[in-house]
Design a protein around this ligand. Structure first.
Ligand SMILES: [Zn+2]
Length: 113
């Protein structure tokens, strides 16, 4: 992560504490969240192994998953079509086995992107 600049004096001599930044030049302090890696509204979705997923990635199941409301089971190793990231607790929208499904990122691993 790159060193943040002080929002008050724009100097880069900034100390990172556990919960805040402190400017060594002017003494201004501000909370860490303001400088978090992900900007507002942009969240990071990671697969079961911590790889960052983006639109267009191909993922594969890491375990068998029964589809809610059906008797269909997605077998471990089943690969998706290019995924699309969506809001909600099922972060991945994709086609798998010819079905349009929503998946939780914790059930898949990235195989290609
Ligand atoms: Zn400053």
């Amino acid at each position: 992560m790159s060193q943040p600049a002080c929002p008050m004096c724009e100097m880069n001599d900034v100390a990172a504490h556990a919960d805040k930044y402190e400017c060594m030049t002017c003494g201004h302090e501000w909370p860490l969240e303001a400088a978090a890696e992900a900007p507002d509204g942009e969240r990071v979705v990671k697969d079961a192994y911590g790889n960052v997923l983006v639109d267009g990635d191909i993922v594969a199941m890491i375990k068998d998953l029964k589809l809610g409301g059906t008797s269909q089971v997605l077998k471990v190793g089943t690969k998706s079509k290019p995924i699309r990231l969506v809001d909600g607790d099922h972060e991945i929208s994709c086609k798998m086995d010819g079905l349009s499904i929503a998946l939780k990122a914790c059930y898949v691993k990235k195989v290609q992107g």
